[in-house]
Ligand binder design. Structure first.
Ligand SMILES: [Ca+2]
Ligand SMILES: [Ca+2]
Length: 156
């Protein structure tokens, strides 16, 4: 019986220690699809480019992220990911902290919308990646929501 209590105590201690470690260590990052726009309507058939920012702040320096690992993903489609066309460091929201600005071909969204959403629906998108090796290679994840335009159920 005492052993059980000790084990539970240790587990609680480990969880507590994990929560205490730095903000980036839990891997949650702040993502802003279409910086400057909220909500984020996206015509998924557009031949344009979709900007997505990972926001830096006083507790998180986004240059710790390894941009080569960053991919677009969806909680509903674990078999689909998309790589950015290009990325750059920019302060997208003017708060003085550098953001990682990723640009995706808008049409990479189409596989994410198959069967699950229709015109006017909200769809959650995730950004996943890793910190650079010198920052521990910790996995990162963040999400934001778009409003899907120009998409019908059943194919197109
Ligand atoms: Ca936005
Ligand atoms: Ca910023």
């Amino acid at each position: 019986m005492k052993k059980k209590i000790l084990i539970i105590f240790l587990i609680v201690l480990i969880i507590f220690a994990a929560t205490l470690s730095s903000a980036s260590a839990n891997g949650e990052v702040c993502v802003d699809i279409k910086p400057g726009s909220d909500p984020n309507p996206v015509n998924v058939k557009s031949k344009g480019v979709l900007p997505i920012a990972i926001l830096g702040d006083e507790s998180f320096d986004i240059t710790a992220i390894d941009p080569s690992t960053v991919q677009l993903a969806s909680p509903l489609h674990d078999d689909v990911v998309a790589d950015p066309l290009r990325w750059s460091y920019e302060d997208t929201n003017g708060d003085g902290y550098t953001d990682l600005l990723l640009r995706y071909k808008t049409q990479v969204l189409i596989p994410f919308t198959v069967t699950t959403v229709a015109h006017g629906d909200e769809m959650e998108l995730q950004i996943v990646g890793e910190l650079k090796a010198e920052f521990g290679g910790i996995p990162i994840v963040g999400s934001d929501v778009i409003i899907v335009l120009n998409k019908m159920y059943n194919g197109d």
